[in-house]
Design a protein around this ligand. Structure first.
Ligand SMILES: Nc1ncnc2c1ncn2[C@@H]1O[C@H](COP(=O)(O)OP(=O)(O)OP(=O)(O)O)[C@@H](O)[C@H]1O
Ligand SMILES: [Mg+2]
Length: 717
């Protein structure tokens, strides 16, 4: 049968048509087939690890080293103190000069991208346009690294302590720092330099290392013993071709965001210009140690179950379920086996085929407890607010929330969100999103990230903010979302964006909504108070005149008439507010208003002050002030009898400003009777204020009142 179906290249059988000449045989092809070392692979595919352009390469290098330092300190129980220094080695202009000088010499040599040809000769190539050469130095006070491990950690890709465990940490792949070293070596030819000391009285070792990319093995260039002032720690130095940039994706931004998510870290940052910034820690409490867990049965995939069973030939299937999964007790294991119709005593490696499938199915069916919350360590509501205050010290209002633990694909996770609002945050710009995964800021690929998606999908208009559909709210707002998990599902090895798992998206949206609700309540309460104060001051202007008129009619002392007016005023105004809203003023819900916001009588001159103080636009100023009924009926003030237009766009102080969205939803109360009005309004001097109407303070722009049912977002919890 084989012969009859074998395709033939014989020209005759093909009807005499010309057939291509064979270029190679299976045997000749076999001579070229060989293993690819992981270092070689990433040398060609360094973009997969976040080294696709000089600016990103610098950020990734700093990030990998800082993440490692923080992980090591936390694992060892040490409060981290980290130094990040970036020194420019060859300036961009020097590099350009070099490039011109060596132009001729390079011609005909088939110039690769700088350094692409490997370490050899790379050091005398010039960095690509716009880039320069930098030396990145990251020093920590962590536990240090024992000498024999240093070469493998820094000069062997896929070598680390975190990959095989289910424990929350910043690193997880075992590739980060060696990839940074590899990039440095490729672009500058310089070895990385590692210095580490593991304890008091022990020597500090300084080791120069290269990666042998063919073998993915370390090459120790030199080693020596040096002085190290501290008791322990590690210093990593990598020279690389890079570009130092500011902005959203720059190193400074990364460090500032890291500070938000790591309030226990003390950081010193020295820029290439020698500017030094200090970020002292805001808490001396280390985050609780994350508990290492076993895989949770919920969401375990068939292949993984097979591997786990096959790896334990000496155990029964029941024993593997109990020992190797989290939350499976002997009773639950028995139930799983029963449902799967598998004998619990069957040797684990013999469960195959249909048995395996039924077992996998049963794992998803039985009731098991959620994974232990101790496996994930969120930042915590208070510390997240502290972190936000560290980054935005002059915001008006801070709020945060930490969701209860949840599970995706068997991995426990917690989502937290925090908002900083108002104050000196920019009024006319889109809100800023800070994305964090296990306390690490994510700066690239926002569009590909589930966190940004959750922010975009939130209806911020329901929280009194301006938002175009599917976009970010336009408000003086910073939004932080943190995903803490034993395994963060990144969309690539560069760890830039979180994958869109439904369970993650749901929790992210709920966390954002919780914060949004509190912000909305705060803004409504503040608008309410502002309105009340504006009304009070309006009436206060007329009290002396009214009191004067009454005192002259009744022959009483003016003071004696004024006093009860002033005493009744607050209650009276509150009564008017109730009439307008049909409800008492809402108390500010949750959140941490900054002192300025807590004292609404003194609106901040900047930012959300626009929401706090009466709008000053001409359109708003034309709107009549709210006055008592008797006044509105005055023929001398016809404008007052006419209710102001309902929420015309023009009445908004600024289409972009906060006032536009946060002004109170008021119907024109002037035309309505006020049943609860105290005697104050009944005083027989109503026309006086009406004459003064043009000079009266402007009332806030009107807006269609919102009923509770008008909220566009329904929360599902
Ligand atoms: N500063 C340090 N102090 C102590 N140990 C360190 C330090 N830096 C790295 N290590 C150790 O080296 C290992 C390898 O680090 P590397 O950054 O390559 O991988 P990782 O952090 O495990 O995962 P990822 O690739 O996701 O960063 C770490 O797992 C850790 O055990
Ligand atoms: Mg790492």
């Amino acid at each position: 049968m084989g012969n009859s179906t074998t395709p033939t290249t014989d020209a005759e059988e093909q009807g005499g048509a010309e057939v291509p000449k064979r270029r190679a045989t299976a045997e000749s092809m076999a001579t070229r087939q060989r293993e690819i070392s992981v270092s070689e692979f990433f040398t060609k595919n360094r973009h997969l690890l976040g080294f696709d352009n000089p600016a990103k390469a610098l950020l990734t290098t700093v990030k990998e080293a800082v993440d490692n330092s923080l992980d090591a300190c936390e694992e060892a129980g040490i409060l981290p103190a980290i130094l990040v220094e970036i020194r420019e080695v060859v300036s961009a202009s020097d590099a350009a000069k070099n490039a011109r000088k060596t132009q001729g010499a390079k011609e005909g040599q088939g110039a690769d991208e700088a350094g692409e040809g490997g370490a050899k000769g790379a050091s005398d190539r010039s960095p690509p346009g716009g880039a320069s050469r930098f030396r990145v130095i990251i020093e920590d006070n962590g536990p240090g690294i024992v000498k024999p491990q240093i070469p493998k950690i820094f000069a062997k890709l896929l070598y680390g302590s975190k990959f095989h465990r289910l424990k929350q940490s910043r690193g997880q792949q075992g590739i980060g720092i060696s990839a940074a070293g590899l990039y440095g070596q490729l672009t500058t030819g310089k070895p990385m330099v590692i210095t580490s000391k593991t304890g008091k009285g022990r020597p500090a070792f300084k080791i120069h290392l290269r990666i042998d990319t063919k073998r993915n093995q370390p090459d120790v260039v030199s080693e020596e013993t040096v002085e190290w002032a501290g008791e322990h720690g590690t210093r990593v130095e990598i020279e690389l071709v890079a570009a130092y940039r500011g902005g959203r994706t720059g190193v400074a931004e990364y460090l500032e965001q890291t500070v938000v998510a790591n309030p226990h870290m003390a950081l010193t940052f020295i820029t290439p210009k020698g500017e030094r910034s200090e970020f002292p820690r805001v808490t001396n409490d280390l985050p609780r140690e994350a508990q290492e867990i076993k895989p949770h049965p919920r969401g375990v995939e068939l292949g993984m179950l097979h591997t786990m069973l096959a790896d334990s030939p000496d155990k029964s299937v029941k024993q593997v379920l109990v020992d190797d999964f989290s939350r499976i007790s002997p009773a639950v294991a028995q139930e799983i086996c029963q449902r799967a119709k598998v004998n619990p005593k069957t040797p684990a490696d013999r469960v195959l085929g249909d048995d395996l499938e039924r077992l996998h199915h049963a794992l998803g069916e039985v009731k098991v407890m959620a994974p232990p919350a101790t496996a994930v360590v969120p930042i915590g509501e208070e510390l997240l607010i502290e972190g936000l205050k560290r980054r935005f010290p002059r915001a008006d209002f801070y709020v945060s929330t930490t969701r209860p633990p949840s599970v995706y694909r068997g991995n426990p996770f917690v989502v937290e969100a925090g908002l900083a609002y108002g104050g000196e945050l920019p009024l006319d710009e889109l809100a800023e999103i800070m994305r964090f995964a296990n306390r690490v800021p994510l700066q690239y690929q926002p569009k590909a990230c589930a966190i940004s998606e959750a922010v975009y999908q939130t209806n911020w208009r329901g929280y009194e903010l301006t938002q175009s559909k599917g976009s970010l709210p336009q408000a003086p707002l910073a939004i932080a979302v943190h995903l803490a998990s034993v395994w963060v599902p990144f969309t690539s090895e560069a760890k830039e964006a979180v994958a869109h798992y439904d369970d993650l998206m749901r929790e992210m949206k709920l966390a954002i909504q919780e914060c949004g609700r509190k912000l909305g309540a705060h803004l409504r309460a503040r608008a309410h108070l502002d309105r009340e104060l504006r009304r009070r001051s309006l009436f206060e202007r007329y009290i002396p005149e009214v009191a004067g008129a009454i005192s002259s009619i009744l022959g009483m002392a003016k003071d004696a008439v004024e006093k009860p007016f002033y005493a009744t005023l607050p209650t009276f105004v509150r009564g008017l507010e109730k009439d307008d809203d049909g409800s008492p003023p809402p108390p500010p819900e949750g959140g941490t208003p900054a002192p300025a916001a807590a004292a609404p009588a003194k609106p901040s001159p900047k930012g959300p002050g626009a929401a706090k103080s009466p709008p000053k636009t001409p359109a708003a100023a034309k709107s009549p002030p709210k006055v008592p009924d008797a006044v509105t009926s005055s023929a001398k003030a016809p404008a007052l009898a006419k209710p102001p237009p309902k929420a015309p766009a023009a009445a908004r102080p600024s289409p972009k400003g906060l006032g536009a969205t946060k002004t109170p939803p008021k119907a024109p109360a002037a035309a309505r009777p006020s049943p609860k009005a105290p005697p104050l309004v009944k005083a027989p001097v109503p026309k006086t204020p009406a004459k003064k109407e043009p000079t009266a303070p402007p009332r806030p722009p009107a807006r269609t009142p919102k009923k509770p049912g008008d909220r566009q977002m329904t929360l599902v919890e």
